[in-house]
Design a protein. Structure first.
Length: 255
């Protein structure tokens, strides 16, 4: 069994065939689908999936850094209020994104801090979105990290130096997705030095489809393609990759 630790299955890109996509995922051995939130607008669709597929779909709560604007305090208040009566497995996805817009950098960092506090309050892991922002992410974690904080760096594509910094915090795993299969990504050279015990698998569907589907809509059924590449890198069977990464995800998210 595989676990897709990061899929936006509620995205409108799946409106025409969502049930088929879920079934195709299950048929390919990807039986658990973890759903990161974006903002208030994504919560209803995400929770509907969790209610309809309670054995397969698991919701997170959080405010994505790209959704941090002037009204961030109200967004946070609304999201936290909806956490009280739902099964939530993580705070995410949260973090800092400086790829698209640097206007709200300080607000993004404050939102990140507050949601880390939620994670500690509710004893949940965090799912970190870090795009063009490792120094900013690390500056916040240097302030707040402790033995109670765990989580995953979603869609990790960093350097060996950034791997070492993340490992120094003690409680984090690396979310590895389709970028690993891109010929010129160089991620394979970094990943081969990460212990398999620190890796979980993800698709980030509908984005970042692995080769040979690159450029098309991604979906959880493609997760075994990422496992196949890891199998080559670590020189162990795909079955063992499935067993170990699933074990890692179960442990991290308390599944």
């Amino acid at each position: 069994m595989f676990i897709d630790t990061h899929t936006h299955l509620y995205s409108s890109q799946f409106d025409v065939d969502r049930e088929t996509v879920i079934q195709r995922s299950i048929d390919n051995g990807v039986e658990k689908l973890l759903l990161p939130n974006i903002d208030r607008s994504s919560i209803q669709g995400m929770l509907e999936l969790q209610h309809k597929y309670p054995v397969n779909c698991y919701a997170m709560m959080g405010l994505h850094p790209c959704s941090v604007t002037q009204n961030w305090e109200q967004e946070l208040a609304d999201i936290k209020s909806l956490m009280q009566n739902e099964r939530i497995i993580a705070i995410g996805e949260i973090g800092v994104d400086l790829y698209w817009d640097k206007t709200f950098l300080e607000e993004q960092k404050e939102v990140f801090r507050r949601q880390i506090a939620w994670a500690k309050e509710f004893h949940l892991p965090i799912v970190i979105h870090a795009r063009d922002s490792f120094p900013e992410i690390f500056s916040v974690l240097d302030e707040v990290n402790d033995d109670h904080l765990t989580g995953v760096f979603h869609c990790f594509t960093g350097s060996s130096e950034e791997v070492a910094k993340i490992q120094s915090y003690g409680g984090f795993k690396f979310g590895i997705g389709g970028v690993l299969t891109f010929k010129k990504s160089g991620l394979d050279e970094v990943v081969k030095n990460i212990p398999i015990e620190e890796i979980v698998l993800e698709t980030d569907a509908p984005y970042l489809a692995p080769s040979p589907h690159r450029g098309k809509r991604n979906e959880s059924a493609y997760l075994p393609l990422i496992a196949s590449k890891l199998s080559d890198i670590f020189e162990i069977s795909e079955h063992e990759i499935a067993r170990l990464t699933t074990q890692n995800a179960v442990q991290l998210f308390g599944l």
